[in-house]
Design a binder for this molecule. Structure first.
Ligand SMILES: [Zn+2]
Length: 299
């Protein structure tokens, strides 16, 4: 049912008409926050409403979010090691696109796994990470990491990357414009986000997968169309492609067991050929789990 929200509810087009998609959030977080997911009736953008103020966001990340997801004194080294496979995949993708050579900046670099992976191949690399513990970990590995974009002065970059960051911000167009402002004239902005058109939410949705998809730390949920629209509104020329990070076993696990954690399930039954065919079909249908955007500044 479409209903009227508070003024300018859609952070992409400003429409006040939207439909609520779910009454629940991941891990019962609907008990911690007032936000619920909505789909804009005008542009299809999916977002949490009402938007958190900066103060509410800080209180959430330092309170309920930290208690639930990081605990006290979580193992940063294990966290860092767990991100190395994704860092390798992203380095290979960027190398294939010829984007690894000049000055690189990663916004939301966490402990620096990606920066470490690409450092030997770029002229220079910088990071931005607001989380103090993760930033200090990255610095302890010799990486140059600032706490926010403002600390970088007027530096421009040939590559600006933000992997699974854009979905966390409540003003995606403003954030993309800020990243675009950091690009050298021929520079490329590379953004990776989850795809809201994921088959687990569209082709064979279960209540459990839908609950899992909506997370209070994720303010924005993009399809290829809404990601491109956000980039254009930010003065960028985007190209968006799909990719599939989770395999057939994970999807069968969702359908059979109704819970996450099935990556690699049935690996002794599902052949590599079947896996490639399945994930390739999801990408072709754009029902894959991840979107990869390369954007340049509009002339
Ligand atoms: Zn809209």
């Amino acid at each position: 049912m479409t209903r009227t929200l508070a003024a300018a509810a859609c952070r992409l087009c400003g429409s006040e008409q939207a439909s609520q998609l779910s009454a629940v959030l991941r891990d019962g977080m609907e008990r911690e926050v007032a936000q619920r997911p909505y789909r804009c009736a005008s542009c299809d953008f999916v977002f949490l409403h009402p938007a958190m103020t900066d103060g509410e966001a800080t209180a959430f990340y330092e309170g309920a979010f930290r208690r639930r997801y990081h605990g006290e004194g979580y193992d940063l080294h294990a966290f860092h090691e767990g991100r190395r496979d994704e860092a390798h995949r992203r380095r290979c993708a960027l190398r294939a696109e010829g984007l690894l050579s000049g000055r690189a900046l990663e916004v939301g670099c966490a402990t620096g796994a990606f920066l470490q992976a690409v450092a030997p191949e770029v002229a220079s690399c910088r990071g931005v990470e607001p989380d103090t513990a993760q930033r200090e970990f990255a610095r302890s590995r010799g990486l140059r990491v600032a706490s926010d974009l403002g600390e970088l002065g007027s530096s421009a970059f040939d590559l600006v990357a933000a992997f699974h960051v854009l979905e966390h911000v409540s003003d995606p167009v403003g954030f993309l414009a800020d990243l675009g402002d950091r690009l050298a004239p021929d520079g490329a902005l590379v953004v990776e986000v989850p795809n809201v058109d994921d088959a687990l939410l569209t082709l064979y949705p279960t209540p459990e997968a839908v609950r899992f998809a909506f997370h209070p730390a994720h303010q924005s949920y993009f399809s290829a169309a809404t990601l491109e629209a956000a980039a254009r509104r930010a003065g960028l020329l985007p190209r968006v492609v799909g990719l599939q990070r989770y395999g057939l076993g994970n999807h069968l696990h969702w359908l059979a067991r109704r819970e996450p954690g099935g990556q690699g399930w049935l690996h002794d039954v599902i052949s590599a050929e079947t896996e490639r065919s399945f994930t390739g079909d999801l990408v072709t249908a754009m029902a894959c789990d991840t979107l990869w955007m390369v954007a340049r500044r509009a002339p």
